[in-house]
Design a protein around this ligand. Structure first.
Ligand SMILES: O=C(O)CCC(=O)C(=O)O
Ligand SMILES: [Fe+2]
Length: 448
């Protein structure tokens, strides 16, 4: 990936399937219809084929031993060994499924082993304490959030190799600000309902909500080139753990209305939701209002996954500061990526309410827990609501085969200032920023 690419070619695979594995073949056909609603999507997988499980994180035995040792030293053996066991695939896992262990994501001081981020994240979050600060939706950041770290500029090696030898530039081409009209959107009945276990999982999925190709392109080009991006990195105080968020991020929004706190009360000054995103937010709100659901989002978190090596590990957006049944609208642009949902408990086992302000994680072996797999392609809108965050986790797994970028915008409703502080801190931080220079991300500032 050396040649410079235009925005067009950067996103050239949008709309096409991007998975480099056979997980989609595991979809079963037991999708069920909910009375009075549109098609049910997704697939229930209670016994995934372990040999072809894309979640498997392969690790050589010696590295595994080093990791176990490191985790025992820092976390205590019980949680650590449980987590490791859960993530290791059986010996039959094929070489194709082996994941490169991304050194830029997590580093341990001693021993020098590097480990797959989801494993470490799980291990670390296993010891989250109820007294921890509310953490962001990003589970890498959740770990750091507990310790109240100071965000730091990411080390250069946190970048994907394709970005490593770039000139620094703060200049970025800013395309025209997009506007939309009704013809850019699919009819509202083009929705699929994803409902499992009587509302344990409760999502609406519009596979092509922004149906106009030029509208999608205008939005993604404008976002990529106009926003101020961050690659947030934290060192866990008292340790040498580095948690590098494996994607570019930014965030917008603040509390509004007569009771809204003054701007000066925020730890990092929040930014207003820019016009095009505000328009989309209002359209999503209006669409739900027509269906009898009253929701007003006041924040947007934006993720840019530069390649398939960028990801977000399993987490739930279930922090106390989002309220008990948060409604989160997630809009995708660019490359198609797999989106996995996994119940926090096996079928039939109730999920205990979170006791921590920073929410709760899944319990026990993932193979015993129901799962859903979606593909989010350009224009897709997924609304997660009801008990979804309380009872399920979700992720965008790494995909070596994906070379193109993907933008995701999640609209949320923060119920207090802490939520906004958390979003800005763990998705903007105060370290170095990045700009899109027309063909790649480079260090720079000055974006929206
Ligand atoms: O990129 C996505 O589709 C998911 C993002 C997400 O889960 C989050 O920002 O909390
Ligand atoms: Fe999320």
């Amino acid at each position: 990936m050396t040649a410079k690419r235009s925005l067009d070619s950067f996103f050239s695979s949008q709309g096409q399937g991007s998975s480099d594995h056979s997980a989609k073949d595991e979809r079963s056909t037991d999708a069920r219809k909910r009375p009075g609603s549109a098609k049910v999507v997704g697939a229930r997988i209670t016994q995934p084929n372990a040999a072809s499980s894309v979640q498997s994180q392969w690790m050589p035995a010696d590295e595994r031993r080093q990791l176990e040792l490191a985790l025992k030293l820092s976390l205590g053996s019980v949680e650590a060994s449980g987590v490791i066991k859960e993530e290791l695939p059986p010996p039959s896992a094929s070489v194709r499924e082996r994941q490169r262990i991304p050194e830029e994501l997590v580093s341990l001081s001693k021993p020098s082993a590097t480990i797959a981020p989801s494993i470490l994240t799980k291990a670390l979050t296993a010891e989250e304490s109820p007294s921890g600060k509310p953490s962001s939706d990003d589970s890498e950041s959740k770990v750091a959030a507990l310790q109240d770290p100071q965000p730091q500029a990411p080390p250069k090696r946190s970048l994907a190799p394709m970005f490593s030898s770039l000139p620094h530039s703060s200049k970025a081409a800013q395309g025209p600000q997009p506007t939309f009209d009704d013809t850019d959107f699919a009819p509202t009945d083009k929705v699929q309902v994803l409902n499992r276990f009587s509302g344990s999982l409760d999502c609406l999925f519009y596979p092509s909500w922004i149906s106009s190709v030029p509208a999608r392109k205008g939005l993604r080009d404008w976002m990529l080139s106009s926003l101020q991006w961050h690659r947030v990195c934290y060192t866990r105080p008292g340790t040498t753990f580095k948690i590098n968020t494996p994607r570019f991020t930014t965030t917008f929004g603040m509390l509004t209305g007569p009771q809204a706190p003054p701007l000066t009360s925020y730890k990092i000054r929040p930014k207003e939701i820019p016009g095009p995103l505000r328009e989309l937010k209002e359209r999503i709100e209006a669409m739900q209002s027509t269906g009898g659901v009253d929701v007003t989002y006041n924040a947007a978190i934006v993720n840019f996954y530069a390649t398939g090596e960028d990801s977000i590990s399993y987490h739930a957006d279930d922090e106390a500061f989002l309220g008990p049944e948060p409604n989160i609208a997630s809009l995708s642009l660019g490359a198609t990526r797999d989106f996995y949902l996994r119940r926090k408990q096996p079928e039939g086992v109730p999920v205990a309410p979170a006791t921590s302000p920073s929410g709760s994680k899944g319990v026990g072996s993932a193979k015993d827990r129901p799962m859903e797999k979606l593909q989010l392609s350009e224009g897709a809108l997924l609304i997660m609501r009801g008990k979804t965050q309380a009872e399920w986790e979700h992720s965008i797994p790494k995909r070596k085969g994906v070379k193109e970028g993907r933008i995701n915008i999640t609209f949320r409703k923060a119920i207090d200032r802490k939520a906004i502080d958390n979003f800005t801190r763990y998705n903007r931080g105060d370290g170095g920023g990045y700009r899109w220079n027309g063909s790649r991300m480079v260090e720079g500032t000055g974006g929206i």
